[in-house]
Ligand binder design. Structure first.
Ligand code: MN
Length: 283
C-alpha cells in the first residue's frame, strides 16, 4: 500500500499515477488528547487499524498525482536519524574532495555512529528546498529511508525488519563545513521525504534497491542499497541499542557516491526501486 499526505493535510492512497482522497477514514481512528503529545507519529502509530479502514472504505475523490502537492508522508516523527558515511564509495569521494572532507580524514559509520537531524528540517517533495548559507557548498544526498512502525529497544538484527512500517525516498541535504553534521543538515527544508510511504510488505527485502538521483536531468548518483556498510537491519539494531525507536521515527540510511552541489533553480529527481520518484525544486 502506498500512503501519502497531500495538499491541505489530506490523506491519500496512491495507485499508479492517481491519488484517492481517503481523509474520511481518519474519522474512525482513535482520537488523541491534544497535550502532551506522545513522541511518535500518530498516523504511523495507528497504521495497522488505518490500513484495514483504507482497504474497506469506498475510494474518495480521485486526483492525478501530477496535480497534488506531496507533503512529508510522516508528519511528526519523534526523531530523524542519520547514518554518516555508510557507503565505501562515498567515503572515497569524501576523502578525495577537500570541499567535503574540510581538512580531516573522513572515517565510516563504524567510527561516527549516528546523528540526529532537527524535526524542523522536514518537508515533503512539493515544498522544495530553500537553500541557506549560500556562500557555502550545499549538497544533495539521495538516500533510502526506513520508517519505524512500532516501539523497540535493543532490537536484535534478526527481528529488525518487523519494526519497519514502510520506506520512502529521502534527501539528506547538507551544508559543507566543519561544524557537527546535525547542525549542517538541519536547516529548514534540508530533510525531504516522499513522495509517499510504501508499506514494508510491498518492499520486502530492502537490501538491494537501486537509488537513482538526477539534477536537471544529469545523473549524479546511481547505486544499490546492497553496498550499505550498515544495512537497514543493522542500523535498526544499532540505533535501538542507544535509544528507543518509536512509531514514525525516521532512519535515513546514508548516501552513496555522487553527492554534489545544487543551486537555486535546480530540479532534483530521486528514484528508488519500488518506492517511486520524488521531484524536488531548489529555491
Ligand atoms: Mn546523509
Amino acid at each position: 500500500m502506498k500512503i501519502c499526505r497531500f495538499d491541505d493535510d489530506r490523506l491519500g492512497l496512491v495507485e499508479g499515477d492517481e491519488v484517492f482522497d481517503m481523509s474520511a477514514t481518519l474519522d474512525g481512528v482513535a482520537l488523541i488528547k491534544p497535550w502532551p503529545m506522545p513522541q511518535e507519529d500518530w498516523l504511523i502509530a495507528n497504521l495497522a487499524r488505518l490500513r484495514d479502514e483504507l482497504r474497506r472504505a469506498p475510494k474518495g475523490k480521485k486526483h492525478r498525482s501530477a496535480d497534488v502537492k506531496f507533503l512529508s508522508p510522516i508528519a511528526n516523527p519523534g526523531k530523524i536519524i542519520g547514518a554518516p558515511v555508510n557507503y565505501m564509495s562515498h567515503l572515497a569521494e569524501a576523502n578525495a574532495d577537500k570541499e567535503i572532507s574540510v581538512g580531516v580524514t573522513v572515517k565510516t559509520i563504524d567510527h561516527y555512529g549516528l546523528f540526529l537531524k532537527a524535526n524542523s528540517s522536514l518537508v515533503g517533495a512539493s515544498e522544495g528546498i530553500a537553500l541557506g548559507l549560500t556562500s557555502r557548498r550545499n549538497d544533495h544526498e539521495g538516500e533510502l529511508v526506513a520508517v519505524i512502525g512500532r516501539e523497540g529497544r535493543n532490537i536484535p538484527e534478526a527481528d529488525a525488519l518487523e519494526y519497519v512500517a514502510g520506506y520512502c525516498t529521502g534527501l539528506d541535504m547538507t551544508v559543507r563545513g566543519v561544524e557537527e553534521r546535525s547542525l549542517r543538515k538541519s536547516l529548514d527544508s534540508y530533510t525531504v521525504l516522499g513522495p509517499w510511504l510504501t508499506t514494508a510488505d510491498e518492499v520486502g527485502d530492502p537490501s538491494d534497491l537501486m537509488i537513482h538521483l538526477e539534477v536537471n536531468g544529469e545523473v549524479r548518483q546511481h547505486c544499490s542499497t546492497s553496498h550499505l556498510i550498515f544495512g537497514v537491519k543493522k542500523l535498526i539494531a544499532y540505533a535501538s541499542g542507544f535509544y528507543s525507536l518509536k512509531p514514525g521515527d525516521v532512519i535515513m540510511t546514508g548516501t552513496p557516491a555522487g553527492v554534489g552541489p545544487v543551486v537555486t533553480g535546480d530540479r532534483i529527481s530521486l528514484a528508488i526501486d519500488k518506492l517511486g520518484t520524488m521531484q524536488v525544486a531548489v529555491r
